[in-house]
Design a protein around this ligand. Sequence first.
Ligand code: 7PM
Length: 283
Amino acid sequence: MMSNTTQKNLNNLSSSQLNQVQVMGILNVTPDSFSDGGQFICFNNALKQVEQMISNGVDIIDIGGESTRPGAVDVSVQDEITRVIPLLKAIKSRFDINVSMDTSKAEVMGEAITFGADIINDVRALQNKGCLEVVAQSDIAVCLMHMQGMPRSMQENPEYNDIIDDILEFFRQRIDCCEQNGINKERLVLDPGFGFGKTLEHNYEVLAKFSQFNALGLPLLAGISRKSMIGNLLNRDVKERLAGSLAAAIVAVQQGANIIRVHDVQESVDALNILKAVAQYKI
Ligand code: 7PM
């Protein structure tokens, strides 16, 4: 009985499916607001991080302008553009790598598209004003993430009837909305949004049932790396969450995640490679 179960689980994903899993590396672009010198150092530091991630096997670099972070203070359009667009240009001119832009602002999306971004990663799933229209005028890919509530207050009292049904229903509505606005389904990636308006239990239920999102037939992204669902379960500080993050990422991949969004690229690529080596022997 035990070996049957094991074989069935190993059988779920083929080698070729696993070989298509992509690692999205999170680029830290925390600005040093104290001086221009600080900004300059951050810029070079960011490019070094990119170089490192590429040599470690990253597939996509995710640039975030802070404003989408839970609890983050609002950043103006101009500040966000100033922070992320020069970096996008620099990465695209120096490296042959896919870049995703973590933003919810139509103006930033427009600039990102102009300067060669490959994916718009929107934690608000193109619900802000003008986003659908800007994206529709291009052929860029989009990650639609689920969030309950708004970043500042979403962790106060998250509630669901059936969290998987709720997320699936949200995805269906956003997919419809995209299609009605001229954004083909083929351009979309879905992400249940770990930590975005979800309790610890909600997050683990979503991870346990992650495979249900395959029903919509679109690529799936899982962003779990270093989140409080790891830290609070294990009682670990943010710097001590690597093992937990890797385990969670692998659980997501085994259930069909196509992109894992991570801080630790080298370690995540290693973990994925173990899975790939095992999958070669699937029955
Ligand atoms: C503080 C709390 C800082 C949380 C940063 C975060 C996701 C994302 C983020 C995700 C997609 C983080 C988050 N999380 N985009 N952006 N999916 N698509 O841990 O799960 O990086 S911000």
